[in-house]
Structures are given as C-alpha cells and as structure tokens.
Design a protein around this ligand. Structure first.
Ligand SMILES: [Zn+2]
Length: 82
C-alpha cells in the first residue's frame, strides 16, 4: 500500500523553494566588520549583526555583505531570541 509518496515530495520541494535563505549559509557567513556571527532577521529579509547593530540586506537571495549597505538593526526585535 504505497500511497502516492510523490505528493509529499512535491510539497517538501515547494517549501524548500519558498525559503529565502539556506540555513547552511548562516553558518559560514560572518559580519564583514567584526567577523561575528550573523542572525537572520525576523522578516528574513536581512542578516543582522548583534555587535555592530546593523543588518545586511538580502537581495535576490544573495546577502549583500557590505557594511556601507547595512541598515540599523537591533536583535531585541527577534521574538525567538529571548
Ligand atoms: Zn558585526
């Protein structure tokens, strides 16, 4: 009784495609200014540095790791960081 496993695969594929940024990318990316770890912003539209208090924007799924392009950001706004 193998019941249409392709449907489940298709659903997972859609979830993967909808992700804006790969989790593995967060592990290797560091702040270009302080070389510290980066956090994904709650809106998942940028990578924030809790030391420099800036977020690097993500454009077309590509993080813009340029300090001059970063915007002010504070990690306190992240509800999952309590
Ligand atoms: Zn930094």
């Amino acid at each position: 009784m193998q019941n249409a496993p392709s449907f489940d695969n298709h659903t997972r594929h859609g979830i993967i495609n909808s992700m804006s940024l790969a989790p593995d990318l967060l592990k290797i990316l560091v702040c270009p200014r302080c070389k510290g770890r980066l956090l994904l912003t709650p809106a998942e539209d940028g990578l924030g540095c809790s030391k420099c208090l800036v977020a690097y924007p993500v454009t077309d799924d590509i993080p813009v790791m340029i300090f001059e392009e970063a915007v002010p950001w504070t990690p306190g706004a992240d509800p999952g960081n309590a």
